[in-house]
Design a protein around this ligand. Structure first.
Ligand SMILES: [Zn+2]
Length: 251
């Protein structure tokens, strides 16, 4: 007797817990072969960026941080960065992959302080706003110089907000050309075949707090990128499994 293939693949997906549907507030956006952004689910609804805030920072400062060989010691931490013991010693790659918000904030503060001294505060502010405007809206208070950089610039609160659509459109903008190379070097690899391609990179991070926690996934291959937002705090493995089950063509 032959088992219908449809039934077999359905039960396999059910066994693996790989839902290929999106729940309320969940969404996906990806850059198609023709450069346009395709959407699925609640891809346009805006929410806090959380750990995904590191992505525009990498656009603005990533090359500089990389060439300086930045390092940070994330020690015992009551704020919970890396759990009670902290992330330990991190370099740029480890901090980005493990969402070490304390390291990123320390590099933001140091790097922007340097820019203010070398370029002047007003030009440094212009560059900051140029990069972050899609995620800041009108929430940055008007001023001539740089703002004070606190945790709201790298994961906490509601200063930086985005939807999967907005992140994908920003990444698809020609102004971001070449940036995916840096993301590919810093992102960690995912299991072969998860997006139907041999290899690629992904970032997984969380946003929001309490019952409103969400999990972001930014994944890319040599030719394209996709952004997913799921409900709840998902482990890296669970988040990638759900992203893979969406069958977004990362080719
Ligand atoms: Zn940390």
């Amino acid at each position: 007797m032959r088992i219908p293939v449809v039934l077999l693949s359905w039960s396999l997906a059910a066994l693996l817990g790989a839902q290929n549907t999106l729940g309320p507030g969940e969404g996906a956006a990806w850059i198609a072969g023709d450069g346009t952004v395709r959407l699925q689910g609640s891809a346009s609804s805006e929410g806090p960026m959380g750990d995904l805030s590191v992505v525009p920072w990498l656009r603005l400062e990533g090359a500089e941080w990389g060439s300086r060989g930045v390092r940070f010691k994330c020690g015992t931490d009551p704020s919970g960065c890396g759990g009670a013991k902290g992330h330990g010693g991190v370099d740029l790659r480890k901090a980005v992959q493990q969402n070490c918000r304390r390291a990123i904030l320390a590099w933001i503060q140091h790097g922007m302080g340097l820019r203010a001294r070398v370029e002047g505060e007003a030009p440094a502010r212009i560059r900051l706003v140029e990069t972050f405007v899609p995620f800041l809206g009108s929430r940055l208070p008007p001023a001539e110089g740089l703002p004070t950089f606190g945790p709201e610039w790298c994961g906490e609160g509601q200063l930086l907000r985005a939807s999967p659509e907005r992140v994908a459109k920003w990444l698809a903008d020609p102004a971001q050309e070449g940036f995916s190379g840096l993301l590919g070097r810093l992102g960690s690899g995912y299991a072969e075949g998860i997006f139907g391609v041999a290899g690629g990179w992904a970032f997984v991070g969380q946003a929001g707090s309490g019952k409103d926690l969400q999990t972001w996934v930014l994944a890319g291959s040599a030719s394209t990128m996709a952004v997913f937002r799921f409900s709840g705090p998902l482990s890296r493995e669970a988040a990638l499994r759900r992203a893979g089950a969406m069958q977004v063509p990362l080719r």
